[in-house]
Design a binder for this molecule. Structure first.
Ligand SMILES: [Fe+2]
Ligand SMILES: [Fe+2]
Length: 259
């Protein structure tokens, strides 16, 4: 299957199976003209909730309750599904990027599909089905600002996915604290793979940015043309180690700490 065809299938699927379908082998012979996808089709019951204010997640001290853990997992699964759709959006929006960038993006998309499945398995174990709770537009509302591959790596890899390098270990620790080893193990798997996704973004930020600019300055200036600020690239507690594993330089980490 061609990457373009796969991306269109993901964004126009009205079933979860369609969104999570992995063609196995794919080719990228005809990336086609740039296509800006406005709104993903969603399966019945999984449309973006109209609510503008996102509901707060259950606080850490309530994670002893399996339902509250399931609510967290449901929200994270929603984020993963959005990541799948945004990566499909980028495959369609940027047909002229280097083939190695598109290959890496497709591989990342496939891992995000895997993340959705992993979250579904754990939330189902805790009694919640994907789609039982509201799903939000969240990342998707940033797509009008993803106007170049540089915007893509800045917004997705180096902001949203980088923030997950803090959220995944924090939630994993909390789930482990309340004896849910399976959910904790899932968060460890997510963390490991998200480190790879941030690494991908870092590698391509270096390629896309002007050589005279530092990584931080290019990223900050790119974010300034979106709705985001550098603060969004971290949780309420910054974890240095996973950022180092992703290859992020110390100068960047120090700058992010004080934002
Ligand atoms: Fe993910
Ligand atoms: Fe990711």
């Amino acid at each position: 299957m061609e990457l373009r065809e796969w991306a269109i299938q993901i964004l126009s699927a009205d079933t979860l199976e369609g969104k999570l379908q992995d063609p196995g082998t794919w080719s990228d012979q005809t990336p086609g003209p740039a296509l800006i996808w406005q709104e993903p089709v969603r399966p019945p019951g999984m449309h973006f909730s109209r609510r503008t204010r996102t509901e707060k997640l259950p606080p850490f001290q309530e994670h002893h309750d399996p339902y509250h853990r399931a609510v967290c997992l449901h929200r994270f699964a929603g984020h993963e599904l959005l990541a799948v759709e945004i990566m499909a959006f980028a495959l369609l929006a940027f047909p002229e990027t280097p083939p190695t960038f598109r290959r890496g993006l497709a591989q990342t998309l496939r891992e995000e599909q895997g993340h959705v499945r992993l979250y579904m398995k754990q939330m189902e174990r805790l009694g919640v089905q994907f789609g039982d709770l509201p799903l939000y537009r969240h990342f998707w509302m940033h797509t009008p600002y993803i106007q170049s591959p540089m915007h893509y790596v800045s917004v997705m890899s180096l902001t949203f996915e980088m923030a997950n390098l803090d959220f995944a270990p924090m939630y994993g620790k909390s789930f482990a604290h309340f004896g849910d080893g399976e959910a904790a193990e899932l968060m460890a798997t997510i963390l490991k793979e998200e480190i790879g996704h941030v690494k991908f973004g870092w590698r391509w930020l270096k390629q896309f940015k002007p050589s005279s600019e530092s990584e931080w300055d290019s990223w900050e200036q790119t974010l300034a043309t979106t709705l985001l600020t550098p603060k969004r690239a971290k949780g309420f507690c910054l974890h240095e180690e996973p950022r180092k594993q992703a290859g992020i330089v110390q100068e960047w980490i120090e700058k992010l700490k004080v934002r």
